[in-house]
Design a protein around this ligand. Sequence first.
Ligand SMILES: [Zn+2]
Ligand SMILES: [Zn+2]
Length: 269
Amino acid sequence: MYDGHIHSPYCPHGTKDSLRSYVDKAVDLGYSAMTFTEHAPLPKSFTDPVPLKDSSMAFGDVEEYIRNLQDLKKEYHNTIRVKIGFEVDFIQGFEGETKSFLQEYGPEMDDSLLSVHFLKGKNDWHCIDYSPEMFAEAIKDFGSLHHLYEEYFTALQSSLNADLGRNKPRRIGHMTLIRKFHSLYPSPKGWEATALKLLEAVKKEGCEIDYNGAGLSKPYCRESYPPYNIAKQAHEKGIPLIYGSDAHGVSALKQGYEELDSSLLKRSL
Ligand SMILES: [Zn+2]
Ligand SMILES: [Zn+2]
């Protein structure tokens, strides 16, 4: 049992549950390995579009986060493998700053995720998973839901192609996050074909996929990221799928796991 997507008390929109409490709970749940993937600090020249500007951890906390995880990793090494990582945002136009972050901290990272949460419309930046209201604003700014989806998958494609240096994360975070509010805003026709096409690029780049259980508990989503059919096809193509709880608190560890098809998950790590 491995969980490759876990947040921490350093996340300003999460809980204050301690790193140690996550590790203890993971041991109780029978995990053999876990990666902490806190939201890496956003590029300094990027303005976080959410009202409280709390999408990522603070730059000033990065070294403490790494140090504390290094200590836990040593302390628990006979019980569970604790890995150090980040959920790194791919933000189009800010690749240079992202690359320098990875250059600086990549050597401390065991495993990481590359995710798209932010998209620029005609006028503004939007966080696509923040709230149904912000999602509605994004649709308006992009001109249509169809365009918003198109831009989302284009951004994922660019994230796969981007040169972010040798420490570039190898796993794509929640590749269908754009579906978070799909029962309010039904996905445009053909979206699944676009998502399936993306798998080709994932395969070509030799990347992995975060098989993320968080969407299953979101009231307007109720499915994994990606949903079963896409996960199955990824598996058939030989793309490794790694379970991710995307927990922002100890109680969310292992969330959605029982509802996923665990036979699709990568066997060994
Ligand atoms: Zn988060
Ligand atoms: Zn995320």
